[in-house]
Design a protein around this ligand. Sequence first.
Ligand SMILES: Cc1cc2nc3c(=O)[nH]c(=O)nc-3n(C[C@H](O)[C@H](O)[C@H](O)COP(=O)(O)O)c2cc1C
Length: 192
Amino acid sequence: MSKIGIFFGTESGTTRLIAKRIAKGLTRRLGEGLVAKPLNVNRIQPEGLGAFRALILGTPTYGDEALPGQPNGTKEASWAEFLPRLAGQDLSGVRVAVYGLGDQESYPKHFLDAMADLHACFAGLGAEMLGSWPVFGYEFKRSRAVHDGHFVGLALDQHLQHLLTDQRIEAWLDDLAPRLLADLTPARLDHA
Ligand SMILES: Cc1cc2nc3c(=O)[nH]c(=O)nc-3n(C[C@H](O)[C@H](O)[C@H](O)COP(=O)(O)O)c2cc1C
């Protein structure tokens, strides 16, 4: 059974595309069978997350600097509907890394804000958060996704910097992949 789940929200498909690239990159590094096929978060139930030892979660920012979802103007349900349904779950022992899609040119005061909300939700449920990313190389005024001088997850901008996306994903995975399942005892891995 796969140990790593990849879930995303999206409106126009970019965050799905990136999820597929991340899955490919992880499989190349960790081998076949550990990484599940990426799924839109509106296709799963909250209990579905419990099957994984590690999660990679992606979101664009929409609406009022917010997570995608119908309350924030996207066509389909997404993270905005899913996250409240996680209330009360205990995710301690689960490793989570987030990535965000945004547009630093059009939204320089709210660049990737939704990634902050995704990160805060899973950190609040006790997950071990991995995968912060340097702010160097971006031009924006403000982002709620910056904590202590780093983005809380991988920051991607397919509008202004799409040529940098693949190398950013590769560098992020070089650091993240070895840590996603490291130091889990065989018993815990078998049980997962
Ligand atoms: C109505 C609207 C609002 C947006 N608001 C923000 C924002 O506040 N911050 C940001 O970084 N990007 C914002 N974006 C850019 C999207 O996050 C970006 O285009 C992203 O790549 C879309 O991903 P998707 O194709 O997976 O839906 C906005 C885009 C639209 C159309």
